[in-house]
Design a protein around this ligand. Structure first.
Ligand SMILES: [Zn+2]
Length: 79
């Protein structure tokens, strides 16, 4: 691979954001994103997503699940 376009970039960005790309690929991506508002916006929205999902998940978590999770965490800490 010698070139990163938006099309290949978006696919690679998913790996990039998970830290799953080689250093040379990361360098190519970063230089592309530097000059590409579309990919920069994609990264920004991707980075914003996990927090939203986490909040939604926490809100949707049933009380009994929260309690068993807390019990698990307490057991881990005491373990
Ligand atoms: Zn791009």
């Amino acid at each position: 691979m010698t070139e990163v376009s938006c099309k290949t970039g978006v696919e690679l960005l998913m790996d990039y954001l998970e830290g799953a790309v080689q250093d040379d690929v990361r360098t190519l991506l970063e230089s592309h994103v530097d000059g590409c508002p579309k990919c920069a916006a994609f990264i920004a929205s991707y980075l914003a997503t996990p927090r939203i999902v986490r909040e939604a998940t926490a809100a949707a978590m049933p009380p009994e699940l929260q309690e068993s999770l807390l019990a698990f965490l307490r057991a881990q800490r005491g373990g």
